[in-house]
Ligand binder design. Structure first.
Ligand SMILES: [Zn+2]
Length: 249
């Protein structure tokens, strides 16, 4: 330490004590040259990452805020919590890899939109729910969303035509949660009717879809099982209906 009085750089510590529950160490020092006594404080550098906003203000980066914002925006979408958590994890890793102490807000906003595009949700999320996320630029986002929407619509129209060429039934297509891309993948694997689908095992379905380049985000095994159960429902429903029919005859 440089002595505040004479500028000499030699000193000795004559007393050290922790203050504020150990967060700071206060040291009394004495200059070797002139004997002047002074105090220094020492504290651990905070490991937290700051977000640098456009107006030059800084705010602590919050992973929770990122997660809850994206969850809220995807609330009405058929996207599993696991996919969202993975997405947030990836964003946080990218940020902490590249930025040590502060990250520009717009970088976060861009990573959020890129991530949502990857999981094919950018066209559908509620942008107003993302507004709380640091650096989220509503205008840029709206433009991105519009572009994503029209390109997805074009793609889905192509998939829809292909589905019909492949003879995948409307009944199967109306099963909630199957995307146009998934229906094409099913058709290409000769799964064309609700009964074909109902005959699949959950892991079989997951594997089949994972092998297709038409499927962006695959089903979780749990979702796959639930869908297959729903497809099987009509088997039991038919059984239940039959006795009523014969009574009428
Ligand atoms: Zn001194």
């Amino acid at each position: 330490m440089r002595c505040p009085k004479c500028g000499c750089q030699d000193d000795k510590v004559i007393d050290s004590r922790a203050s504020r529950e150990g967060a700071t160490i206060r040291r009394r020092r004495q200059c070797i040259a002139c004997g002047y006594r002074y105090t220094t404080y020492e504290e651990v550098e905070r490991a937290g990452l700051a977000v640098l906003k456009r107006d030059d203000r800084r705010e602590e980066f919050s992973k929770d805020k990122l997660l809850s914002g994206i969850k809220k925006a995807c609330q009405k979408r058929p996207i599993s919590p696991k996919v969202i958590e993975d997405l947030v994890e990836k964003i946080v890793n990218t940020i902490t890899d590249k930025y040590e102490r502060e990250v520009p807000a717009e970088v976060i906003g861009k990573l959020v939109m890129d991530g949502l595009r990857e999981v094919e949700e950018v066209a559908y999320v509620r942008l107003e729910d993302l507004a709380d996320i640091e650096g989220f630029d509503a205008e840029v986002a709206a433009e991105l969303q519009e572009r994503a929407r029209s390109s997805l619509e074009r793609r889905d129209r192509r998939y829809e035509e292909r589905r019909q060429e492949l003879g995948v039934s409307n009944e199967l297509a109306s099963l909630e949660r199957l995307t146009p891309g998934m229906l094409v993948a099913l058709g290409e694997n000769k799964i064309t009717t609700l009964d074909d689908f109902a005959g699949l095992a959950g892991d079989e379905l997951v594997e089949l879809l994972a092998g297709s380049d038409k499927v962006g985000v695959n089903l979780e095994l749990e979702e796959a099982n639930a869908l297959i159960m729903r497809a099987r429902a009509h088997w039991y429903a038919d059984e239940a209906v039959e006795p009523t029919r014969s009574e009428q005859e």
